[in-house]
Design a protein around this ligand. Structure first.
Ligand code: ZN
Length: 288
């Protein structure tokens, strides 16, 4: 589902510093800086260590909070403590996507396990950093119901290891397997109702287990053909409930929008109640 391979271009350390300098000029005065390399900030092959330290040093002075992304394999004790000494309170975002071994292996092909993630997250927090965990809502080969259940179970497991859990509904990016499935009618991006329901269940389910973990959801491409969507008529109100919840953590916003409903809600419920993915595929592929 990830189309970044199409957008990658070789960049030297000097190129990175140049891009960073330009971006910094435009963003002075903001509270939070997120440096999204669409890869791993701690990968020496992507961001050389000297460049990394310079970028973090500059960000630390200019912003209240700094967020970077990395795969757990690059989180060594040395690299993380160096980064935290340049930038105290640094938040490291880890793309876990799912806590289920089956989903990680078959739907996401992530290349690491929940315990690799947990080790990385624990290291970052032990050294004084913050952890943000990304989860996917509806990677391929899951029904809508399986996707909701996977997101809820994954968030409940990741939250105690995280300061923030970010639920990211899949959007259809060009040149990906999901794109090919979508073009053939074999994949639909998740409903926004599913995101609202998953967040509500996680927030309620967490209770005492991880009351401090924030849950956020800011879907990309929402309401568009390739993005998470409802019927079109209610997308804006569900999106704004997701946004208000992400800021306030108050489940009331989710409860209100779910109980207000929409004429598309019975259709969503029907989709949720459909059988397992394998049965639906067998049915879809039957010769007619
Ligand atoms: Zn609707």
């Amino acid at each position: 589902m990830c189309g970044y391979h199409d957008e990658a271009a070789p960049a030297s350390g000097e190129d990175l510093l140049h891009q960073f300098g330009e971006a910094l000029q435009r963003r002075r005065g903001e509270r939070i800086a997120k440096v999204y390399t669409s890869g791993s900030f701690f990968d020496d092959g992507e961001v050389p260590p000297g460049i990394r330290a310079r970028i973090l040093g500059e960000l630390s002075g200019a912003f209240g909070r700094v967020v970077i992304e990395s795969r757990p394999v690059f989180l060594t004790e040395g690299a993380v403590s160096d980064a935290l000494s340049s930038c105290p309170g640094l938040e490291v975002a880890l793309g876990l996507e799912s806590a289920s071994p089956r989903v990680l292996e078959r739907s996401v092909r992530k290349g690491f396990t929940f315990s690799d993630y947990a080790d990385g997250a624990t290291l970052v927090r032990r050294l004084g950093g913050r952890v943000r965990t990304y989860l996917l809502l509806k990677p391929p080969f899951l029904t809508e119901r399986e996707a909701v259940e996977d997101a809820v179970a994954s968030a409940l497991r990741a939250a105690p290891l995280s300061d923030t859990v970010s639920l990211n509904p899949v959007n259809v990016q060009r040149g990906t397997l999901v794109d090919r499935l979508w073009r053939r009618g074999l994949y639909r991006p998740p409903w926004l109702w599913s995101a609202a329901e998953a967040l509500l269940r996680v927030r309620r389910g967490l209770g005492e287990a991880a009351p401090g973990a924030r849950l956020v959801c800011a879907p990309s491409g929402a309401g568009r053909r390739r993005g998470p969507q409802n019927c079109g008529g209610c997308d804006a109100s569900v999106l704004s409930a997701l946004e208000e919840f992400s800021v306030s953590q108050d489940v009331l916003h989710l409860e209100k929008v779910l109980s207000a409903g929409c004429s598309c809600m019975p259709h969503w419920r029907q989709v949720l109640d459909a059988g397992a993915f394998a049965e639906i595929m067998q049915d879809a592929l039957k010769p007619r």
